[in-house]
Design a protein around this ligand. Sequence first.
Ligand SMILES: Cc1cc2nc3c(=O)[nH]c(=O)nc-3n(C[C@H](O)[C@H](O)[C@H](O)COP(=O)(O)OP(=O)(O)OC[C@H]3O[C@@H](n4cnc5c(N)ncnc54)[C@H](O)[C@@H]3O)c2cc1C
Length: 608
Amino acid sequence: MYEHDVIVVGAGGAGLRAAIAADEEGADVALVTKLHPVRSHTGAAEGGINASLRDGDSWDLHAYDTMKGSDYLGDAPAIDTFAKTAPEEVIQLEHWGMPFSREDDGRVSQRPFGGMSFPRTTYAGAETGHHLLHTMYEQAVKRGIEVYDEWYVTNLAVTDHDDPEDRECHGCVAYDIKSGKIEGFRATGGVVLATGGLGQAFDHTTNAVANTGDGCAMAYRAGVPMEDMEMIQFHPTTLPSTGVLISEGVRGEGGILYNDEEERFMFEYGYANNDGELASRDVVSRAELTEVNEGRGIEDEYVDLDMRHLGEERILDRLENILHLAEDFEGVDGLDEPMPVKPGQHYAMGGVECDENGETCIDGLYAAGETACVSLHGANRLGGNALPELLVFGARAGYHAAGRDMKTAEIQTGLSAKSEAGDVEPPVTPGAIDSGSEDVAADGAAVEPTGVIENAVERERERVETLLEEDGINHAEVRADVQETMTQNVNVFRKEEGLKTALRDLREAREAYEDVAVSDPSRTYNTDLIHTIETRNILDVAEAITLGALAREEFRGAHWRAEHQERKDDEWIKHTMLAWNDGTPELYYKPVILEGDEETYEPKERSY
Ligand SMILES: Cc1cc2nc3c(=O)[nH]c(=O)nc-3n(C[C@H](O)[C@H](O)[C@H](O)COP(=O)(O)OP(=O)(O)OC[C@H]3O[C@@H](n4cnc5c(N)ncnc54)[C@H](O)[C@@H]3O)c2cc1C
């Protein structure tokens, strides 16, 4: 068994920032990650990082834009903390050597991004995430932070108290991808989950194949509620054949969207008369699909994004990477022709419920980054707000796990924050089929840390043995079915019948998963085994997304419902929460906090 004060699971932007913070606090910290840190998906971020740095801008303007962008589903304590702290985090990055793009006078450049009232997006060309990841990895190396890379964390080591709020997390279990060894990791201070996104629940996504929602699924099964899982962002500019992202930076620099009739449809059809292409992402994605559905799409599938008028010099200076992506994946030269784009799954606004200190309702368990839901983005994330979130809340989770006294959180977590029971009626029973395989210590009242970890390791060894030794179907069939139904039925436009179809399909997929097995018996780099375990995680998060989508009977932000065409503020300014409760998801609601430090945010109509 390995032992550290703080274990950070995941070494993308959030994990690295958490680890550096825990190290600054004097803790012995380790990163456990299934990928080498610089292969984490943060490296794919292109467009930029928002922070109010200039005269004329201020944290409260940034907070206001974020709350408005969230369609009044973000929590003010998270939004205010975020907007106040983002500038110091960006300056810190600059001091660590991040190669930001600059103006002629040497100041860090900032460009406009969707839904922002001020051009506050700092960037490093169109490779911002790549540079951010490398800058922070250098800091981790410099500090001698231990990295267990190519270790896949399979479950958390959590006590088995009946009430999740009495449970404690003592560590986790991980599988060494290189050797097949399964080991326990004890964290005497805390475990920070920073495992990134869940895009692999869909088949057209900007997310990497590693983004399988592992952290969400592990926390969910251990008893931490999932918050606002229905809030999935579909990015309006992804390449049709692969889902590869074309950064919002293209529109930020002045790129224009056209339909098949060469109309600038964002204005022509009044989707966003003020901001046009730079309206927020949910608005632009719906506009594009409406164009396609009304017969004005190109090849009935996509629209065109044109940046030729920006000129070669500016494109090469600020968007060179985009030229390579369009050329490599679509065979299109962006200097000479428009690029084909359509909406694709991009980001999970919801996730592991935590407070503004990163703490979940389970003692010793924290979450940060895309896997977490501190409720910063609410129903719609503004472009450029995820990277500063990694920094601000990654650092806070790291400090707290390492023992720093933090201001008492205003955001409440766990079932004690429940304001109302939910009343969704799924067409099939959701949740675990084989509840014996749950992640909470199942055998007796083990509360002593090493006992909890040893039990968890033992359960994992048995699970892996079974997968390797028995015959059965390949997980890929199950995964493909899940991705297909999610893209078909839980996409930009959602209908009650489609959501119910998805739940039925997911139930069938769960039943099929009962028969999966891994045909490759090897212990070394057995990627089929890893993917098989990930597919179970994808199933759990896909079902949570769909249950949340069926429950929320209104149209807010990224969540559009055919039968409910308006935002219903009287009834729905509340978070949808799902608690696994030993295998049976329970739906309930908790109130959104609109009272901020300076003002109480008043829900207004969101027009761009
Ligand atoms: C193409 C693209 C472009 C984007 N551009 C921008 C942008 O310009 N600006 C912006 O603000 N946001 C952007 N975003 C969003 C933002 O980049 C992500 O939300 C963010 O980088 C996620 O960071 P993370 O640290 O939470 O996760 P990741 O960077 O994905 O890291 C996850 C880590 O967890 C590890 N991990 C996962 N599961 C396990 C497991 N079971 N065991 C062990 N380790 C595990 C992985 O190895 C990895 O190290 C973009 C997103 C995409 C997809």
